[in-house]
Design a binder for this molecule. Structure first.
Ligand SMILES: NC(=O)c1ccc[n+]([C@@H]2O[C@H](COP(=O)([O-])OP(=O)(O)OC[C@H]3O[C@@H](n4cnc5c(N)ncnc54)[C@H](O)[C@@H]3O)[C@@H](O)[C@H]2O)c1
Length: 428
């Protein structure tokens, strides 16, 4: 994607990537920001970018170097917060966009954080467990100077998990000489993690999905669901919809697309993925060779829960779903948004739909500070309440202003961030 925007010298204007999508979204919300629009440039520039070299010794004795990033987009409302992604295609543009979406998301659901994100350009599936530990620890040491429980709190994202968070927490703690559980969230329960965190993003997707479906007159019992990405977010969302009586008719991951008109057996599919690393070869379904056909699945709700820029002008017109629930960050481009809007497809944007993860991360951080831990019921109830309230506020604003749910969510989020900026004033 190329850009009409002022692009920083460290990005390529002709290939601006996900950051360009984010800038376009900010342009679309700016007319609704009133006098706060005077501050909007602050949202178009990340506050701080750290690029680090991550060298490790491989198991065979060779030395390998990887590129790592941590971007703090905005800290007007509180410390930076956002995941760490290990993926061979991670770029600076992508991490910038993901950090900015965290700023908007945290403000839209009103948790007291700014936005941040990190990543390493590596395919972790090519590393042994020992190498994965070394790369995680070296990366954590390199970004150690800008993270901390009151500065910036990483969490899991694509290809990172509880184990990676435990190593990050340990490395930070070793460097500072005392245990700091609050430096990352998404930790194992035994190390200050929170009950319900692993399922939180998928649960949030499910909760807002039910809200959106009821407003569109769709009964979840018997509703047809298709899911792209069967990891932490897509897998849990699929399970919760199936438990509520929906039929998950198609699942696509990085290897394969599996379909079943009568509904996939989700617990069996989860077991298959745990054993084989992919949905490929799952016996209880048909496999579709042409990956692009996934987007044409006859369904009520489509959940993109893999990577960004999946729904584009190339496939949006073929989508048959009535609702798109964005489990992934940035899965839909602005041009695709326009096509879906014209077709009457309701898009529930990432900054609301997948905010359940950061909401329970916030609970985890609060529990770590007070060293007092809540029950899973308390966590799920509070999560459900926050998600419903955030969705309802955004829904009402979208009706009132006659704008998409994305623009409404951005109005709520940007307004909170820029109000904080205005109240704090510009330093010095
Ligand atoms: N983990 C969280 O708490 C969280 C919170 C908010 C948003 N998200 C977003 O949700 C998305 C998924 O994150 P996750 O934590 O579930 O990651 P994950 O690593 O657990 O799972 C990713 C899934 O996507 C699939 N995938 C990867 N590339 C694909 C491709 N090209 N086509 C189809 N499928 C592909 C993988 O096979 C896997 O099933 C990301 O956009 C992430 O930023 C995650």
């Amino acid at each position: 994607m190329s850009s009409q925007h002022e692009v920083p010298s460290y990005l390529t204007p002709s290939d601006i990537g996900p950051w360009g999508v984010y800038l376009e979204q900010i342009d679309r919300v700016t007319p609704y920001l009133g006098t706060l629009a005077r501050w909007v440039e602050t949202l178009k520039r990340p506050k701080r970018i750290l690029i680090v070299d991550v060298p490790i010794e491989r198991d065979d004795g060779s030395i390998a170097h990887f590129e790592g990033y941590r971007v703090q987009h905005n800290t007007s409302r509180g410390p930076g917060k956002g995941g760490v992604r290990f993926h061979q295609d991670v770029t600076l543009s992508e991490v910038m966009a993901l950090s900015a979406w965290m700023t908007i998301k945290n403000a839209a659901v009103n948790v007291p954080y700014g936005g941040a994100k990190g990543g390493i350009r590596v395919n972790p599936k090519t590393l042994s467990t020992a190498e994965l530990q070394r790369i995680t620890r070296r990366y954590t040491s390199e970004i150690n100077i800008i993270i901390g429980p009151n500065k910036d709190i990483p969490a899991p994202d694509v290809n990172t998990n509880e184990k990676v968070m435990a190593w990050m927490m340990d490395t930070f703690s070793m460097n500072q000489g005392s245990t700091a559980t609050g430096v990352v969230t998404g930790k194992p329960i035994s190390l200050g993690g929170s009950l319900g965190r692993r399922e939180a993003t998928g649960r949030g997707v499910y909760v807002v999905g039910c809200e959106a479906a009821s407003r569109r007159g769709i009964d979840i019992r018997g509703a047809r669901i298709s899911v792209q990405g069967f990891g932490n977010v897509g897998g849990i969302a699929a399970r919760l919809f199936a438990e509520a009586g929906a039929k998950v008719v198609a699942v696509q991951d990085h290897m394969a697309t599996v379909v079943s008109d009568s509904g996939l057996d989700i617990p069996a599919l989860e077991q298959h993925v745990a054993a084989h690393g992919s949905v490929a070869g799952f016996a209880g379904a048909d496999q579709v060779e042409d990956r692009a056909r996934f987007w044409e699945t006859d369904c009520d709700i489509l959940i993109p829960a893999a990577l960004e820029q999946q729904i584009t002008e190339a496939n949006a017109s073929r989508i048959r779903a009535k609702i798109i629930l964005e489990g992934a960050n940035g899965p839909t481009t602005p041009l695709a948004d326009d096509i879906l809007h014209d077709k009457g497809v309701l898009v529930v944007p990432d900054v609301i739909a997948n905010a359940g993860g950061v909401t329970v991360s916030y609970f985890e951080w609060v529990q770590d500070f007070s060293s007092f831990f809540w029950t899973e019921d308390e966590i799920n109830q509070r999560l459900t309440r926050i998600m419903r309230e955030a969705f309802t506020a955004v829904w009402q604003l979208s009706e009132e202003k006659k704008v998409s749910l994305r623009t409404a969510a951005f109005i709520v989020g940007c307004t909170r961030v820029l109000q904080a900026r205005e109240m704090r004033g510009l330093y010095p």
